[in-house]
Design a protein around this ligand. Structure first.
Ligand code: UT7
Length: 331
């Protein structure tokens, strides 16, 4: 049976750079607070006319070019986002259309910060069984338009950024390389700890002026609980990935964690028993781009020469749901 390999990666962020000082013009916050609590210095936000699918198209085209493939070589799209352009249909079909493709499946994955690992798990199963050959796996988000950019929303507004990351996945003969395992988890008891309540069909009417006045369309979060669970579940999932493949922390060349908060990443690194040089961070530049954060960080790490053929790469993520997971890959 074949294994799944990353044939290439690519990413794209909008041109508009937003600094912490820019945010302090909009709400009661400061560069010092944001850096100290989260490590974030800047993030990129879309401008008028830009969309999540547009960011995804740019990232996908970069990944396809690096793989030496054209869009017509792709036989399945998996699009991970928690910030879709529309309620329905999902972003996958819009990306398919942008890439000039028809008649291939376009799957939407709604697992927030863990979306890319959930998507990888699905893609890996399909490639290993031979159902699809070349899968375009995308994580793309536009948070900025949904954020409450007043002091009321400052605990979330300062954390999130826009961006897209893509990977082209395909089969390689099993010589020990490729995706070794994926491990995905969820615990819906915590669903309301980071969520957007409405508009939604659980409400009747599903959208109303009152709902908007109450701010139900804004992401709200119990930051402390999210922090606590993320610091616990991410290293736990790394340990599961290592144990499943009889690996130890010393075998890990690089951990690319979901970029939620630098303090969370530092706790994950410590709990997982990894050195600084074994962990890749770029949250300082991009903020939390949820499903896009791992492919963006992975593409940057590759460009910086942080992974060579045969190295062990581990991915881990945690987010709303709660959902979390990990993957082990021999590059
Ligand atoms: O992928 C998962 C996505 N979510 C996360 O990763 C979030 C995880 N949680 C966190 O990162 C942290 O909980 C935060 C960074 C959101 C908050 O840090 P904290 O150390 O837990 O702060 P806190 O919520 O306990 O708030 C401390 C103070 C409060 O003021 P008082 O009540 O002590 O007077 C907040 O009102 O900081 C205040 N505060 C702010 N001050 C300035 C909250 N947000 C801000 C802000 N600027 N942006």
């Amino acid at each position: 049976m074949s294994r799944t390999a990353f044939l290439s990666t690519g990413f794209h962020v909008p041109a508009r750079l937003v600094t912490n000082d820019d945010l302090a013009q909009l709400m009661d916050t400061s560069d010092e607070w944001i850096v100290q609590r989260s490590g974030i210095k800047t993030r990129y936000w879309v401008d008028t006319g830009e969309t999540g699918v547009g960011l995804a198209r740019e990232a996908s085209q970069k990944a396809l070019a690096k793989a030496g493939l054209s869009a017509s070589d792709i036989d399945c799209i998996i699009y991970c986002t928690c910030t879709p352009d529309h309620f329905e249909p999902g972003n996958g079909v819009f990306l398919q259309r942008e890439l000039g493709l028809t008649d291939i499946p376009a799957v939407d994955v709604r697992n927030q910060c863990s979306g890319f690992i959930y998507g990888l798990s699905i893609a890996d199963a399909w490639i290993r069984t031979g159902q699809y050959q070349n899968i375009l796996l995308v994580g793309a988000e536009v948070h900025s338009r949904g954020l409450d950019k007043t002091t009321r929303g400052r605990d979330t507004a300062v954390l999130f950024g826009d961006g897209a990351g893509a990977a082209v996945l395909g089969p390689i003969d099993d010589d020990g390389r490729g995706v070794l395992s994926t491990h995905i988890f969820a615990d819906g008891r915590h669903a309301e700890k980071l969520w957007v309540d409405g508009p939604g069909l659980a409400h009747d009417p599903y959208v109303s002026v009152e709902m908007l006045e109450q701010g139900l369309h804004r992401a709200v979060m119990d930051g402390r609980d999210v922090f606590k669970f993320a610091s616990l579940k991410m290293p736990e999932s790394v340990a599961i990935a290592l144990a499943a493949n009889r690996l130890t922390p010393a075998d890990v060349k690089l951990l690319v964690p979901h970029q939620a908060n630098l303090r969370i990443i530092e706790m994950v690194q410590k709990a997982a028993g990894l050195r600084d040089d074994q962990v890749y961070n770029n949250i300082q530049k991009y903020g939390n781009t949820t499903a896009a954060s791992i492919p963006i960080a992975l593409d940057e790490a590759l460009a910086a020469g942080r992974l060579k053929q045969g190295d062990i790469l581990v991915l881990t993520a945690f987010g709303s749901g709660f959902t979390w997971g990990s993957a082990a890959i021999r590059w």
